[in-house]
Ligand binder design. Structure first.
Ligand SMILES: O=C(O)c1ccccc1NCC(=O)[C@H](O)[C@H](O)COP(=O)(O)O
Length: 210
């Protein structure tokens, strides 16, 4: 079944919403921006998160000690690199924390570096529109043009409940990631989260019935 990551949780209410609708992953942004949480806030939010939802720390060029600290304290169980982190940094993380999945975001524009990251030690790729959390979609024909992607990958960038089924049907990604598309006026919206999850999972059961 297609996995779902809801990203950019920053309030206890957001955690209550995902606990109710149960995506596979919950993202906490430890990077400057409107969804940023501090390590202490992330730890408190994760304490309230159901254990079956995997907490992902999202980083943009963060000091390695910050990333390692959040893993070592059990605050996050997966690492998402969304900045200019290198292959070497990914390799170091995998040596230090072999059981902690590393997700590498790839900015999908002309001249993207999908091949480079597909050959890295990352466990997953996350194909996104650019800086992250913008709500913008990228040109999906770049995925088709790229050919076979070896690693499991998440489709991100402007995913919305009303359009997500078409995206899943077209590319059968390992997972869908979304943030802006499940918000209203900058706040996570429980109805949109429910619809997003229903639509992604509903698509799979429809496929199975055929
Ligand atoms: O969400 C953010 O504010 C953010 C800031 C800096 C780096 C990454 C960020 N988000 C990462 C994500 O995984 C988002 O869910 C992904 O970019 C898709 O966002 P959206 O297009 O808003 O659905």
């Amino acid at each position: 079944m297609t996995k779902i990551k809801i990203c950019g949780l920053k309030r206890p209410e957001d955690v209550a919403m995902v606990n109710q609708y149960r995506p596979d992953y919950a993202g906490f942004v430890l990077a400057p921006g409107k969804r940023q949480v501090t390590p202490a806030q992330a730890a408190a939010l994760v304490r309230a998160l159901l254990p079956e939802i995997c907490p992902v720390g999202v980083f943009v060029n963060a000091p390695e000690e910050l990333v390692c600290g959040l893993v070592e304290t059990g605050t996050i169980r997966a690492i998402q690199f969304h900045g200019r982190e290198t292959e070497e940094e990914i390799t170091r993380m995998k040596h230090r924390f072999p059981d902690v999945p590393v997700i590498r975001a790839v900015s999908m524009k002309q001249g993207h570096e999908l091949r480079r990251w597909d050959a890295s030690d990352a466990d997953y790729l996350l194909l996104d529109a650019g800086n992250g959390g913008t709500g913008h979609t990228f040109d999906h024909s770049l995925i088709t043009q790229a050919g076979i992607i070896r690693k499991p990958w998440f489709l991100a960038g402007g995913m919305r409940p009303d359009t997500v089924q078409e995206a899943v049907a077209s590319f059968l990604p390992f997972g869908i990631d979304c943030s802006s598309g499940v918000e209203t006026e900058g706040w996570k919206n429980p109805v949109k989260i429910r619809k997003m999850i229903e639509n992604v999972r509903g698509f799979v059961s429809l496929k199975k019935e055929m």
